[in-house]
Design a protein around this ligand. Sequence first.
Ligand SMILES: *Cc1c(COP(=O)(O)O)cnc(C)c1O
Length: 372
Amino acid sequence: MEKIPILDLKKQIAPMRAEIDAAIKEVIDNTNFILGRQVNELEEEVKKYLGVKYAVGCSNGTDAIKLALVAMGIKPGEGVVCPSFTYYATAGAIASLGAVPVFCDIEADTYNISPSSLEQTLRKNKDRLKIKAVVPVHLYGQCADMDKVLEIAKKYDLKVSEDNAQAFGAEYKGRMAGGIADCGTTSFFPGKNLGAFGDAGMVFTNDQIITDNLRILRNQGNMEKYYHLMLGFNNRLDTLQAAVLKVKLKYLDGWNKKRAEIAARFNQSFKGLDVKTPFVPGYTTHIYHLYVLRMNGPSDKLTKHLVDKGIDSRVYYPVPLHLQKCFDDLGYKKGDFPDTEKACIETLAIPVYPDLTKEQIDYIVASVKEFF
Ligand SMILES: *Cc1c(COP(=O)(O)O)cnc(C)c1O
């Protein structure tokens, strides 16, 4: 059996290659490389897809989080809560505007932000750390418990921006993830469920003023060229990336459905083994950006077994953010967030992308079973 990567973009792109080549050619022919027509068109399509009033394309998913926070009025020195168990970029984006990441723990079963840990963090630190916002993350492809997060945010007067980089297309109680809070953001990094041919991202909101701010902030603080209203950034979305994304967006729901089918097959096949399959609460769907298994104890032996069998399996994420060297000066220590720290040790992701063949899926299943 040939090696099975964690994602196979060559296979994904091949069937739509002619369509994509034509879309790219059109951009080159028109040379409208910056904020061209396709950027507006993609924003319109995504607005409809998510059922939000406004969508603003930008340079990547990290800048999308930063832009959302700045557009909502978050200032340097203020605190923004996010879970410690997420990709670095969630906290990196908060720090990039001079705000201070404030970490909290996750729920042991969903890996998403724990409302009780959030509330505890706010009760203890809201005033001392000038906490003004929270960024829940829809990790691995399913939504955080948004009603609870929003209720706590209201009580403590916080802005909320969903980090939807991994759950673009998932639903929370019938509403699209990313369109539930004050803002939502996503990443179109090539490895996400909807990926560009480079870096790209987007911010979503139903608020006109936030939208105006976003459009100005992403484009050097300009509304009109050479008249700078705010300290903005160069965080625009490339027309080329928008053209590629417009082609791929049409396939997204089909791909996500395929991922869910493969996940269901895994769930069924791993029944009875000493391993937990993903827990999906009733309030959310799961688009399986990652299919994550949970061991009773360290997952490193199973990871090694699968890698030895040629199956790319990895831990997302091996080091919690509160213990990352770059956040040393925030003063966290081991033991602060037990469920996060445990998840870093006991989880592993196995390939779940829609282009997996039946033979590859069978081989993954057999290899996991062989370990047990
Ligand atoms: C990928 C990702 C980001 C960052 O997106 P980029 O486009 O790579 O900047 C942010 N948050 C989460 C949870 C992600 O998975």
